[in-house]
Design a protein around this ligand. Structure first.
Ligand code: SF4
Length: 277
């Protein structure tokens, strides 16, 4: 069985493949679905996770047996740059191995500048990698309330800028959007600093009714008004689109695979087809 797997349901909208390095996370986001999905008690999930047993061995076996030409996301379960028992050594080894086997990769983290310790490896991937962060609140107090041990929004914005300035393709995940007004402020910030290539926009789902009192259709309209004139690459998640029935989304805004990182092999040569417009 492969350790790289195909996500399903809402997770599939994020990536055709994924790899989880740790089964746990130190960020303790209020809305975290992972303990429930994994049927683990919160006290066993939140903390400093160990890397999965034999992960590097299993990954190497998988990569020798299978060819991945579409992006593998690190990670759906946990944040691969959270505080971990191995101090992040395993994620670095995983990246080196994925690069060696020419696998296209997307990295998503809320950790901020700590992930820049692997900037040298991100650069080695060239166009086969995109690195992103989740943006939820510009307001620091709210950010701390909802994502207590993740980095502050200013640090996440700064990290995106550093990555982008270093030639790394970047993405920002606006899922969850908890308060549309905060997410819109963050979108404006990223546009001002021109630090994001691709936007993924969704909403908070099923968290104590918080999502029930927002005008999601207006949010979709406001995002479109900000982003469409910029020609940025944007994907609106289905959970948001169904709540905005009067909004006309473009075909490219509804195709989850449009902007993934992938490689095409033609005549034995690897051809990069990243982020085609
Ligand atoms: S970063 Fe993700 S996995 Fe970690 S606590 Fe937050 S929502 Fe859960």
């Amino acid at each position: 069985m492969s350790i790289i797997y195909k996500p399903c349901g809402m997770a599939r909208e994020y990536s055709p493949y994924a790899l989880n390095i740790y089964i746990g996370c130190s960020h303790r986001c209020k809305y975290c679905y992972a303990p429930h999905t994994l049927q683990k008690k919160s006290e066993y999930y939140f903390g400093k996770p160990e890397p999965r047993k034999n992960l590097l061995k299993l990954l190497e076996k998988d990569l020798k047996n299978n060819k991945y030409t579409e992006q593998v996301l690190l990670s759906f379960v946990g944040d691969c740059y959270c505080d971990s028992a191995d101090n992040g050594q395993t994620v670095r080894e995983v990246l080196k191995m994925l690069n060696y086997y020419k696998v296209p990769v997307a990295v998503l983290s809320k950790v901020g500048k700590k992930m820049l310790r692997d900037l040298d490896i991100f650069k080695e991937f060239g166009d086969r990698i995109t690195v992103g962060t989740t943006l939820t609140f510009l307001d620091e107090k709210k950010s701390k309330e909802w994502e207590p041990f993740a980095s502050l929004p200013s640090e996440r914005l700064e990290t995106l800028k550093t990555l982008h300035d270093n030639g790394i393709k970047t993405f920002a995940s606006f899922e969850p959007t908890i308060e549309p007004v905060e997410s819109l402020k963050l979108i404006k910030k990223t546009l001002e600093q021109d630090s994001v290539d691709h936007y993924k926009i969704g909403k908070l789902n099923n968290y104590m009714g918080y999502d029930k009192w927002q005008d999601w259709e207006q949010y979709a309209k406001d995002c479109i008004a900000l982003l469409r004139p910029t020609n940025k690459q944007v994907y609106y998640k289905q959970c948001l689109r169904v709540l905005a029935p009067n909004v006309e989304f473009l075909e490219c805004e509804c195709d989850p695979d449009r902007y993934i990182v992938k490689v095409n092999e033609e005549n034995g040569n690897i051809q990069i087809s990243l982020f085609d417009k």
